[in-house]
Ligand binder design. Structure first.
Ligand code: SF4
Ligand code: SF4
Length: 363
């Protein structure tokens, strides 16, 4: 079957980030399991793993915006969130289509589906539209839970909690020792992504919902030159977000991921391109757009690194000690009810008294 037209340079960057994330995951696993087994590790903990802690990063962002500084437990997580926001502000939702490893895997699964089954399926509109709303509901819930329902003392209490200090290893164990429910959910998502392209990103990812909304403010958008367009609709057929590109002058849809598959599919040179507003003669080449996204993302990470906000304040010795006791109730989620004997001082969002903000006795 003919492959889906796609910007080759975008795919190269996407695969490069995917390989980088796999390398980070492998190094982190070696490091974490050494500590979990009570050994010292040759490998260092890669801070990039904090990209998998988006809720913690969302809380750190709020704390930072409220003037509380950059929280030192997972600073790289905040850097990655800000990098994703900047990239998606420059080119709509471009973090999803260029950097995000889940987006990359999701696309590869869709490609696999096309190869195995000859096609992927589109859900009927009556189902597609309400399902797309799920990711906004999830986003609304997380924003409510971390930005509205929690006061700053509770927020700081969570970020300082024993749970958050080892949240990266908790997340590793969640996938390394999965429950039946986890296996079932992951399997269902994989099958859904093989059958329906970008099923996770399109319907469920709250991060994508946030970046899509932010993309509305982006100065760079796909624009169609109506004077040269031959109305072949190849762009619309290529669009994974099911946007009627052939009918738009400038694509402002929140589902657009800036992937440029429509640009790659267009047979008329220069007809479809990413352009700044009110500059019809200026068109950015696909490689330039990919470069803007990658640089926008990496600049934020570099700035955090240079400013000394990249490595966690949790020392190797503290990790070694905490990972030895990570299965104890003291490391339960602060939102869950701890047993009465637990005395971490952190009881959960909305319930941490101010005097207990830094009361982890083991710190
Ligand atoms: S409109 Fe173009 S850039 Fe946007 S999602 Fe569709 S194919 Fe990708
Ligand atoms: S692929 Fe190009 S020429 Fe064809 S409809 Fe889309 S913008 Fe017009």
């Amino acid at each position: 079957m003919k492959p889906q037209p796609t910007s080759r340079v975008r795919r190269i960057v996407q695969v490069a980030f995917l390989v980088l994330v796999l390398a980070i995951g492998a190094q982190f696993s070696v490091w974490a399991f050494a500590h979990l087994e009570g050994r010292s590790s040759e490998a260092a903990r890669p801070p990039g793993v904090e990209g998998f802690l988006p809720i913690s990063a969302l809380m750190s962002l709020r704390l930072w915006l409220a003037g509380g500084g950059i929280h030192p437990v997972h600073p790289a997580g905040l850097a990655i969130l800000l990098g994703a926001l900047l990239a998606s502000l420059l080119v709509p939702r471009s973090f999803c289509s260029h950097v995000c490893p889940v987006g990359g895997v999701s696309e590869l699964l869709g490609d696999l589906g096309r190869r195995l089954l000859g096609r992927t399926w589109l859900l009927p509109r009556w189902l597609d539209v309400p399902l797309r709303g799920i990711k906004y509901l999830l986003l609304g819930f997380f924003v409510w839970a971390t930005w509205i329902a929690m006061g700053l003392p509770s927020l700081r209490g969570f970020l300082d909690s024993p749970y958050n200090r080892v949240a990266d290893v908790k997340m590793l164990l969640f996938f390394a020792e999965p429950s039946r429910l986890t296996v079932g959910v992951v399997a269902a998502l994989v099958i859904a992504s093989v059958l329906v392209r970008d099923a996770w990103c399109r319907y469920l990812c709250p991060y994508g919902a946030l970046l899509g909304l932010l993309g509305r403010l982006s100065p760079l958008k796909v624009e169609r030159d109506v004077t040269t367009c031959i109305d072949c609709q190849a762009c619309t057929r290529a669009c994974p977000a099911r946007i009627a590109v052939h009918a738009a002058t400038r694509v402002r849809n929140v589902e657009c991921s800036g992937c440029q598959d429509c640009v790659a599919a267009c047979p008329v040179a220069g007809c479809l391109a990413v352009r700044p507003p009110a500059r019809p003669r200026l068109r950015l080449r696909p490689a330039a757009v990919v470069g803007i996204v990658a640089i926008g993302f990496l600049v934020v990470l570099g700035a955090f690194r240079l400013a000394g906000h990249w490595h966690s304040e949790v020392s190797e010795a503290e990790y070694a000690r905490r990972l030895g006791e990570i299965r104890s109730p003291a490391y339960g989620h602060p939102g869950a009810s701890p047993p009465p004997a637990q005395a971490t001082g952190v009881r959960g969002p909305g319930s941490v008294p101010p005097h207990n903000q830094h009361s982890d006795p083991a710190r």
